[in-house]
Design a protein around this ligand. Structure first.
Ligand SMILES: Nc1nc2c(ncn2[C@@H]2O[C@H](COP(=O)(O)OP(=O)(O)OP(=O)(O)O)[C@@H](O)[C@H]2O)c(=O)[nH]1
Ligand SMILES: [Mg+2]
Length: 281
């Protein structure tokens, strides 16, 4: 079955609905929120319901996986976020320097909180920091890095964390890991494919060849030289890629599925170069 433009995906497992309720409750005790999105698709990988839920809190946005996205586009997203009043940082969570930058931003927010508390004569306590974001954006990785331990399970597939978990990091910081949450209905084709291409929703929700075709089309439009440089030929879709790469099935038919998998693996691992699928308006 090929994808029909009017189809909308409904991937809203029960734990996501429960997570919203638990987050709303936990927010009463939270001082600061970090939202983690994917810098390769910094519009589709931000959940508007989370922005609404945390609007009254001090917030920081991480444009994560910045090692895989186009640096100039990521800079443009940082500026766009600043104009909307939300401080944003581009991060590669596997780079200790970036973890240090996040730590500094959190310390600055904490200092302001402590000064406010002191002025009112309150006894100060550890900063309570909630990490939010859509599935597979890097939330648990961030907490593992900030706490210097690997207590949380992380994996390059969506839906790994299923429960809210508080962790202590030293005497000044408490961290709350949350399961990735989406919204009940993904409405637009662009949004669905951007989430699929970046691995925020499971691959089986859409035909793999369609995810690859969409990705190829965006890459060709925004980075015209990349496809021919990588595969030796310009190809418009997964079927053509299969033919050009000699990926054929037993009967001689092009193995579109294998070609789609190869293209997506190359994109997701950065072997196509640093690519941003979405640019600010
Ligand atoms: N290349 C790259 N990979 C990253 C970065 N940050 C996290 N990852 C990888 O992204 C994958 C997902 O990370 P997790 O920390 O499990 O993501 P999560 O947001 O907790 O996901 P859920 O629990 O499913 O919501 C893992 O394979 C991480 O190693 C980054 O900055 N760059
Ligand atoms: Mg997680």
């Amino acid at each position: 079955m090929r994808y029909n433009e009017r189809m909308s995906i409904n991937w809203y497992p029960g734990h996501m609905e429960k997570t919203y309720r638990q987050m709303r409750d936990a927010l009463k005790r939270v001082d600061f929120v970090i939202e983690v999105c994917d810098s390769r698709a910094a519009s589709s990988t931000r959940n508007p319901e989370l922005a609404e839920l945390t609007a009254h809190k001090d917030r920081l946005l991480l444009l994560n996986k910045a090692d895989l996205s186009d640096p100039s586009v990521t800079d443009a997203w940082i500026r766009a976020s600043g104009q909307q009043g939300v401080l944003a940082l581009a991060t590669n969570l596997h780079d200790p320097k970036d973890i240090e930058r996040v730590r500094k931003a959190v310390s600055t927010a904490n200092r302001e909180r402590l000064e406010r508390a002191k002025a009112r004569g309150y006894v100060t306590r550890a900063l309570r920091l909630m990490i939010t974001g859509i599935p597979n954006s890097g939330k648990s990785t961030l907490i593992n890095r900030l706490s210097g331990r690997s207590s949380l399970k992380t994996e390059n597939k969506p839906g790994i964390t299923r429960q809210l978990v508080w962790l202590r990091a030293g005497k000044n910081l408490e961290l709350l890991d949350t399961p990735g949450v989406l919204w009940p209905k993904l409405e637009t084709t662009e949004e669905q494919f951007a989430l699929a291409a970046t691995g925020a929703i499971p691959d089986h929700l859409l035909p793999l060849a369609d995810i690859a075709d969409w990705t190829l089309q965006i890459v060709a439009k925004r980075y015209p030289a990349v496809i021919s440089a990588k595969y030796g030929q310009d190809v418009q879709n997964a079927a053509a890629l299969a033919t050009s790469q000699g990926l054929v099935m037993a009967g001689g038919e092009p193995d579109t599925e294998r070609a789609a998998r190869r293209l997506l693996d190359d994109f997701r691992s950065g072997r196509l170069g640093r690519i941003s699928l979405e640019h600010p308006a």
